[in-house]
Design a binder for this molecule. Structure first.
Ligand code: CU
Length: 151
């Protein structure tokens, strides 16, 4: 296998859970914005469809701390995967410490930070709505109905 092909395959596998660029906005839908009891606003939440063979999925959204205290996103869960883990862009690698000071926003988007659905039990399908529960401290758990958009 030549190096160029190896690099191409590596790119494909890396992008499996974090597309580098956002494709067309056409026909995309996002979850209704919600706000936790501690004042974290969650908007623009969307899942991306699972490509055949994908073991992990990806969730994008924007968090804004409208409250008076620092808030941490502890993680999340969904019936579709083993767990939801906040991650940095694959180029920088590693998990993310999602701590928001009052007034601060944190964006999870293609090519950047993302929430990874680790260990999919099945592939998310375009058009379906998936229950996603996020866990904050303070604020506890909040559940959203998140639509699945094309990859
Ligand atoms: Cu990831």
């Amino acid at each position: 296998m030549n190096h160029r092909l190896t690099a191409a395959l590596l790119l494909i596998s890396l992008s499996a859970c974090a597309p580098e660029a956002d494709s067309s906005q056409a026909n995309r839908t996002t979850a209704q914005p919600v706000t936790t009891s501690a004042g974290v606003r969650i908007e623009g939440a969307e899942l991306r469809e699972g490509l055949p063979g994908a073991e992990d999925g990806v969730l994008y959204l924007t968090l804004t701390n409208t409250g008076q205290a620092q808030v941490r996103l502890l993680g999340g869960r969904t019936p579709l995967a083993r767990e939801i883990v906040p991650m940095q862009h694959h180029g920088t690698g590693g998990t993310l410490e999602p701590i928001l000071a009052p007034g601060e926003a944190l964006v999870f988007k293609p090519g950047g930070n993302h929430l990874m659905l680790v260990g999919l039990s099945r592939l998310p399908k375009v058009g379906e709505q998936v229950n996603v529960t996020l866990n904050f401290a303070p604020g506890g758990e909040i559940t959203l109905n998140v639509p699945v958009n094309p990859y």
